[in-house]
Design a binder for this molecule. Sequence first.
Ligand code: MG
Ligand code: MG
Length: 268
Amino acid sequence: MMVRLKSQRELDRLRASGELVGRTLGEVARYLEPGVTTLELDREAERFVRQNDAEPAFKGYTMPGLKPFPGTLCVSVNDVVVHGIPGAYKLREGDVVSIDCGVRLDGYFGDSAYTFALGQITVAEQALCQAAYEALYRGVGAAVSGNRVGDISHAVATRCARYGVVRDLAGHGIGRELHEKPQIPNYGRPGRGTLLRTGATICIEPMINLGTHAVTTSADGWTVRTADGTTSAHYEHMVAISDGDPEILTTFSYIEDVIEPPYIVTHG
Ligand code: MG
Ligand code: MG
């Protein structure tokens, strides 16, 4: 399996893309409130991305047999796991809203996701979001040179053992392509899989369900839902493997500057 390792110049580009995607999610977070439609969030994101001389990465993304994805964001509410299409749905108090954003800046992609609690969500949903959030950072912690992809997968899955860890979708390498090798599954065996080498850039993205791991795809071809109708959470960072600690190329700091309890699940 061919994993493209990045030069310092390429890493600089990816840092810029990661920063922009973080800023875009922070911008979107400012508009999150009951009554706003998911399409309104999407328009805000697209305006912000283009204003910063980048283009939306998901808009127009094609898969065999599907219509091109129409949004700048994937907005995935409650039982929608990922790839929710922005539209007329008005967000409501108590919604668990996962927002995934991709950009392309100077030829290099950025990709990051965050799950928001819109006001009061259930205790079980809070614990789910907390677990998915922590699992992301456990995965990042395992993303060191000399480890293997399975070490990341295992770290994520172990934190979410009581939940349904989605198996049908995975994280991925990123660079000049939105989805490069290797795949980064959220379950797996430590010590197995592709060797992680300095210069590899990957997206780690736990998708975690309150119920079972099973998912179904809606008739639109994109929207992925939990098969049992339970709530799902999704967090994603882009990470560069280095000789030292992993470098997180995206950032949640712009989001976490904006959101205030109780409109967000607070993370310790
Ligand atoms: Mg993403
Ligand atoms: Mg991704």
